[in-house]
Design a binder for this molecule. Structure first.
Ligand SMILES: Cc1cc2nc3c(=O)[nH]c(=O)nc-3n(C[C@H](O)[C@H](O)[C@H](O)COP(=O)(O)OP(=O)(O)OC[C@H]3O[C@@H](n4cnc5c(N)ncnc54)[C@H](O)[C@@H]3O)c2cc1C
Length: 275
């Protein structure tokens, strides 16, 4: 069972209070939004600059950190297309329309479980907040993978927070060379307690992690990343196929309201599966 928000989402026109460039297409953006500052790990917000030309739709971004005392929240953003670039280009003091917090967060582990998180690319973002929630126990570890060292811009921030990390890159420029699942697999059988897996990143990565979990009968949650139009279950742009136990066939579920976090055993992957 995933954890729903304590409060309803609110649409606010709010200020960008801090912008920190992380190099290349990456930045940390902090906004003032009281309701989102109480978000749970795994929830997200739909964001669009106040002045955004012909961009009709907001874009979804995971909540990377919150500070309910100041009413602020932070996202870790990679500019990939027009919508994310418009948010990336915001300067401190400019305003954005922010709707959130949205979706369901990650389930909390039992005290006896060992948490293993797997983040690929910008998918690492929710694990910064989740690690804060987990501290000081149960034990947790984050596997963070990217194409190259330049695609792991959050490492310093995660280290600063004292999050135990294993890094990997496809080209070997940082951490272990190869896919993030390379160092993950042996780590699953080392250490005390039963493991609970959480993954967020490119679909192929989450599919692979879901396969590893299924093979070993490890509980696993994935935060899916479909194209999303409204964030409130109306446009149905983000439907994913989910097979619930007791239902005769998989059903299309909006990832924005019923996810984005799902039990990996329930997900019907476009690639087939489990991997
Ligand atoms: C729940 C959720 C949480 C997210 N959290 C973050 C986050 O914390 N940080 C962050 O930087 N981004 C995050 N994203 C992704 C971000 O919203 C996308 O980058 C954005 O929707 C793409 O919009 P765009 O206008 O920039 O690109 P577009 O112009 O719409 O697309 C640019 C290119 O990216 C492809 N693309 C667009 N969306 C996706 C997608 N979801 N998956 C794969 N390919 C896609 C398009 O096909 C196109 O090739 C999240 C997405 C979801 C659904």
């Amino acid at each position: 069972m995933t954890v729903a928000s304590g409060g309803p989402p609110l649409d606010r026109l709010c200020a960008l209070v801090k912008r920190e460039s992380l190099g290349g297409a990456y930045a940390l953006l902090t906004f003032e939004h009281e309701e989102v500052s109480r978000a749970l790990a795994g929830q997200f917000a739909m964001i669009q600059p106040e002045i955004s030309g012909d961009l009709l739709l907001r874009r979804p971004f995971s909540i990377m950190d919150v500070d309910s005392a100041t009413g602020r929240f932070t996202i870790f953003l990679k500019a990939v297309g027009a919508g994310s670039k418009a948010v990336f280009d915001l300067r401190a003091g400019e305003r954005a329309r922010v709707l959130g917090p949205l979706g369901h967060g990650f389930s909390l582990p039992a005290a006896s479980e060992r948490v293993v998180m797997v983040g690929g690319g910008y998918g690492v973002a929710p694990f910064a907040l989740f690690s804060r929630v987990l501290k000081p126990s149960p034990p947790f570890h984050l596997f963070y993978g990217g194409r190259s060292a330049a695609e792991l811009p959050l490492v310093r921030e995660l280290e600063r927070r004292g999050i135990p990390l294993t890094l990997s890159t496809d080209d070997g420029t940082r951490g272990e060379k190869g896919r993030v699942t390379g160092p993950l697999v042996p780590a699953l059988s080392v250490g005390e307690g039963t493991v609970r897996l959480y993954a967020c990143g490119p679909e192929a990565m989450m599919h692979a992690v879901a396969g590893i979990a299924a093979e070993r009968e490890i509980p696993c949650e994935v935060s899916l990343d479909p194209w999303m139009g409204c964030g409130i279950g109306t446009c149905l742009g983000c439907v994913v196929k989910i097979q619930e136990p007791g239902e005769g066939r998989p059903r299309n579920r909006p990832a924005c309201t019923e996810g984005p976090v799902f039990d990996s055993r329930r997900v019907i992957w476009p690639q087939g599966g489990p991997a």
